[in-house]
Design a protein around this ligand. Sequence first.
Ligand code: FNR
Length: 338
Amino acid sequence: MENERKKEHIENFLKSNFKSNTLFENVYIEHFALTDLNFDEIDTSIEFLGKKLSFPLLVNAMTGGDETSFDVNEDLSRLCKNFNLAFEVGSQKVALKDEELVETFTVVNDVLDKKNILISNLSALSSFDDVKKSIEMINADAISLHLNPAQEIVQFEGDRNFFGILENIENIVKNIDVPVIVKETGCGISKKTCEKLLSVGVKYIDVSGFGGTNFIEIEDLRRTDLDFTNIYSWGIPTAKCIIDCRKISDDFTLIGSGGIKTGEDIVKAIVLGSDMVAIAGEILRYLIHGGYKFAEDYLKSLIYQTKMIMLLLGVKNIEELKKVEYKTFGKLKDICEY
Ligand code: FNR
């Protein structure tokens, strides 16, 4: 059952404990003691999809399809409304198959209003018709298509044939009337993948790199017949994804994601070349373990930490933050040199 799987994804995400690394720790940015900024005037707002966000954060695709998802989507979208952040629902495939599950997604429409940003989500293998229906289902501002071959292959009932996926994305990008984001789910978008996506007209890329949620582990925990323990370290560290993708072009929106947890991660992701960031697992963890108030306090700290580091770098807005110089060292430097 597809909705059972959604529940297990959340349960297994909370059980997963493989220690992975974004490699943000191999990024050095320099403290500026002579900062002369007023903390209260630091501006973290950005434009995204033609609307204004107060903070450069998207709460990334996670769920929909069962009772837990109903509550999670309601709470996460409420947080996004209150903090004026962007929100993306989890894969809507379950609701395309079973109309009774539609309300676990449309619950977000009761929370969000027109000035909020809401994004649909489906596999990049989906038909044009399903993409259209998913957007209409929640009246979304954009659709995000996920590339998750590692997850599918480990998933017992997952897809095995990815033939024609780039052509499918191209067809959707050229014919759908809302912006299209292409994302990974934790193994990362490489330079080669990014180049191919840009070549077919994609203008929004969410790298979802290695270092946070680990779907090889999450799916492995659902299986008893085969063992994938030795492959949990597969994927491109998020810091490398951002550096490599941004090197190709400035002419697309880059969402830095995969293992973002702290204000320092957010700052580093933007300094390396992201226009904004996305978080999935960490906010879910706060919500499920601590409840709405804990998740709210987590976001408050995240925003405060980000503004604090911006002050300590002497930058007063996100455009200035993008221009801050950085140095890489250690493993990140090694794997970013060609
Ligand atoms: C996800 N993610 C995800 N992505 C997607 O495109 N469609 C989906 O349905 C889901 N489902 C999902 C469930 C759960 C429980 C988690 C934690 C994550 C992937 C997510 O959007 C993101 O790309 C990765 O999780 C990496 O970011 P974090 O979690 O490391 O911040």
